[in-house]
Design a protein around this ligand. Structure first.
Ligand code: COA
Length: 169
């Protein structure tokens, strides 16, 4: 498994993840496909400038065009101040193989090694067993249940945090 920066050519993978009703069940439903190419271009620019870590998960480095999903760390403002949050998605044909866990761990190892981002929160949907499984298995600490607003909808989520320099399991 390898992680590489998102590129403008990753539109198909973004559409399969973000515009699909099943993939987006716990994230408030599918996003409109219109504008997804612009979103990928913006993410690719931010990744290239190292302003955020938007990574594609490449399961087999000998087939670099085949991607299994994404793992990202990005900073944004909240009511409680700026945070650097981690999020992830794995396409259906690659789920249940430990790829999500390994990709999240690999990105947090980079954060630890580069002393970047500080304490990193994650907000998986409360009922998303696999995403909460990733948090538990990688070494996140559970904080509380919270309401998270995503794409204009309020989602019941679990707030987890990890300090990569001490907590990585
Ligand atoms: C959630 C998602 C990222 C999980 O990725 P994945 O690669 O399938 O997960 P993994 O195989 O790495 O499994 C992660 C952990 O959860 C556990 N797990 C997986 N499915 C589970 C389930 N249904 N119930 C309980 N635990 C589960 C695994 O056993 C593993 O824990 P372990 O390391 O202790 O064995 C992926 O299913 C996905 O993208 N789903 C759709 C979109 C989504 O839900 N995104 C996240 C929004 S919060």
């Amino acid at each position: 498994m390898q992680l590489r920066n998102v590129s403008p050519d990753d539109v198909d993978a973004y559409v399969r993840m973000r515009c699909d009703p099943v993939m987006m069940t716990d994230l408030g439903g599918p996003l409109p496909c219109k504008g997804m190419a612009d979103k990928v271009r913006r993410d690719a620019q931010q990744a290239a400038a190292d302003l955020a870590w938007f990574k594609m998960i490449v399961p087999d480095p000998t087939s670099p065009d085949v991607v299994a999903g994404t793992v990202t760390i990005w900073s944004h403002d909240t009511e409680d101040g700026a945070i650097s949050e981690i999020g992830w998605m794995v396409l259906p044909e690659f789920q249940g193989q430990g790829l999500g866990r390994r990709a999240v761990r690999a990105l947090l190892e980079q954060a630890r090694d580069q002393d970047r981002w500080g304490v990193v929160p994650a907000f998986p949907a409360s009922n998303n067993a696999a995403s909460n499984g990733i948090c538990r298995s990688v070494g996140f600490r559970f904080v509380s249940e919270v309401d998270v607003t995503f794409a204009g909808q309020v989602l019941k989520s679990n707030h987890w945090v990890i300090a990569p320099w001490t907590d990585l399991a």
